[in-house]
Design a protein around this ligand. Structure first.
Ligand code: 13P
Length: 292
């Protein structure tokens, strides 16, 4: 299929009572493996790229990989730029075919975040690209972006007011989760999702998905989350599969890169399938709501 519109997929999820998995890919291998899982489960999927991955693979090649992966399957696939405080990169990906961006203004003051988010929304909407907005910082450093300290926190009312005023399409609030692995049990704020959903129809996004329990995902989706980000779980599956393969190569003296790719790919597909089932999106791609 042609690349799908991120906001359409997330809105359909909100109406259907599930969340679309937004999985951070790092290369063509992981992109194809994630999309393969989506097709196997008939789930919509969002391929996410960090700014680090955009720089590592290159804008044109990364866009071509995502487009080609989307075209190879009959389920809707969207392409989203994860946490990006850099306006120049936002402009580049809008021009290169990303279907949405997360403008991360959590390092700015409230007034500056409000002003710049409105500018990004105007620029993105002009090109038919959706905007997820983050003005509170989600704890943890993700591919070089972010902080381990809560710098800016606002009331739910303020978040909604800024989102409505700036015209943003999706809200990424602090919900007690953090990027990366948890060293202590997180204090999850399900009530914030319910309060947001009571004040706005804008979709709410959950970051820091890796390491949450199945029951936590169920509660978040039940409260109204419709996009859930997963990055660390994919990285771990990818690297551990490579390590297992390399240990066998060392022991047997057989060095076959393509066999290693197959093993990595199978591990990434498996971890994506697990999350599709946890988020309730299996079978959702068959619904006609997910127009491309
Ligand atoms: P995890 O790395 O904890 O899965 O979080 C992913 C994320 O929120 C990307 O924005």
């Amino acid at each position: 299929m042609a690349m799908a519109n991120t906001v359409d997929l997330v809105t359909a999820a909100q109406n259907g009572g599930y969340a679309v998995p937004a999985v951070n890919i790092v290369d063509d291998l992981s992109a194809r493996a994630v999309v393969r899982a989506a097709e196997a489960a008939q789930s919509p999927i969002i391929l996410q790229t960090s700014v680090k991955t955009v720089r590592s693979v290159g804008l044109t090649l990364l866009a071509a990989i995502a487009r080609s992966a989307a075209q190879s399957v009959r389920v809707p696939v969207a392409l989203h730029l994860d946490h990006c405080p850099d306006r120049e990169v936002i402009t580049q990906v809008i021009g290169a075919g990303w279907t949405s961006v997360l403008f991360d203004a959590s390092d700015r003051s409230l007034e500056q975040a409000r002003k710049e988010t409105a500018e990004v929304v105007a620029e993105a909407h002009e090109a038919g690209v959706g905007v997820e907005s983050e003005i509170e910082n989600i704890i943890g450093v993700e591919d070089g972006v972010g902080s381990d300290e809560a710098k800016h926190s606002y009331s739910v009312g303020q978040l909604v007011e800024v989102a409505h005023e700036t015209g943003t399409d999706m809200i990424a609030p602090q919900l007690g989760t953090a990027h990366g692995l948890y060293s202590a049990a997180p204090v999850l704020q399900f009530h914030r999702v319910e309060s947001l959903r009571a004040l706005t129809d804008l979709p709410v996004v959950l970051h820091g998905g890796t390491g949450l329990a199945a029951s936590d995902f169920r509660r978040f989706v039940g409260a109204g989350i419709s996009k859930i980000n997963i990055s660390t779980a994919l990285k771990i599956a990818y690297m551990k599969a490579a390590r297992t393969h390399l240990a066998t190569a060392e022991a047997t003296g057989k060095w076959e890169p393509v066999k290693m790719f197959d093993q990595i790919s199978a591990a990434v597909t498996a971890v994506t399938l697990e999350h599709i089932d946890l988020f309730g999106s299996r079978g959702a791609a068959t619904a006609k709501a997910v127009s491309a």
